[in-house]
Design a protein around this ligand. Sequence first.
Ligand code: AMP
Length: 512
Amino acid sequence: MTQFSDLKLDPKVLKAIDEAGYTTPTPIQAQAIPHALEGRDVLGIAQTGTGKTASFTLPLITRLGRGRARARMPRSLVLAPTRELAAQVAENFDTYAKYTRLTKALLIGGVAFGEQDKLIDRGVDVLIATPGRLLDHFERGKLLLTGVEVMVVDEADRMLDMGFIPDIERIFGLTPFTRQTFFYSATMAPEIERITNTFLSNPARIEIARQATASETIAQELIELPATRRDGAAKLKREALRAIIKAEGDKIENAVIFCNRKVDVDILSKSLQKYKFDAAPIHGDLDQSVRTRPLEKFREGELRLLIASDVAARGLDVPSVSHVINYDLPSHPEDYVHRIGRTGRAGRSGKAISLMVPADQKYLDQIEALLQKPLPRGTAPDIATPTETPEAESERPRSRTRDRDRKPRAKPAPEAQAQIPAPVPAPVQAPVQAPVQATATPAAKPKAEAPQPEKAQLHQFEDAKAARGPRGAPTQGRNRPERGDNRNDQRGAVVGMGDHVPDFLMRQFRSA
Ligand code: AMP
């Protein structure tokens, strides 16, 4: 078996690797490093968890050992699709280059330009960047890419998903054609193939088997939830998730919980917090400092549950994660493999639990086709035991208005009656109130109570607040903007603003 000492790496790098506790190179390292050190282009088809970062960082450091950086002219460039991934490459670089005098700069969004400019002005050996931010600096005239000797493109398939391919092509064009290129992608979509054919020169192609086939240390479990009414699925899933977390108990040292949509990352995280779980979200919309804080806490073992979207979790590099929970089954089967690969790393055991509702069947079929085996079925948690607290139940306010607009509770849809395992007891008054309201809110209700047409949206919001009235006060008329009631916990809504109503629109004022 190849040892690190067999690879012709700089002794300073070998010392740092030794301190990092690595004994033997991973397959991608053993195969890519010799080619990289010979000066060849490398095309690595491998995903997170295979040790790919070190497979390009170690030869990069070795190669840059000689020579000095010039102002504004980085000697190498590493492009990563997300801030988190770029930051992790930077961390890896710091670890492996600790005994060298090489310098680096990290160019990512959410960090002030000034600091980054200063570093580049001084001259850096390694510039690690997201494509958009790099081009921002370039366009501001702060950067020249004509001194780039080595260029790395990491997670090109993600770049493709995120629409960065035109940026990547442009950046390739700004670097000298004599550069050496390391290009990594988990999959080879035709667009990626095209880029590699255009910009790589006779690369050594190294393909590492899918993690799915290697992840014997991950115990997988699928929890099939029953059908509900469409609007009941999210609630049922949240209940099931809480029950699973409770059932797993102390076995969950820490868990990454994946949602498909960013909006659900927030909703789920707030819901778990209300139920006093130690949870926080990470997704791409937040300011950089806010965004990395939960990640740092999670890494330090100070946060137990990290709620994430696929994009935000790219490159999430926490060696010991006891559980991965798919709150949603991913729509791309490769994401399933990426997600569960966060646990069971480096020979440790891990558990991956996935929730599924009947509508997810097509996703399950794709995942099982990719894995070439069925996912082991787990037992659905006993969610008949109420896990709700009255206060917490308000996390997704059940709108009286909406309930009244629905069918009377006394006659629930047979499907819902038969299949919702843990029905929330209907309020006693519901069967009486509901039919009355159902007939009292015809679509053709006169517009008398509607906001005046010339009034601004602000007034619609005020109307929405008034319409809600004190708790339990009946709401009149369908023309009231009830959707605000349904979708916002406390704030109401302004038509067209979705859930994000700026504060200034919330203030009341009277026109003179
Ligand atoms: P990556 O695929 O680059 O995201 O790396 C996955 C994880 O494996 C990281 O936590 C690395 O620190 C770790 N790692 C990389 N190379 C080795 C190695 N040769 N031996 C043990 N762990 C490694």
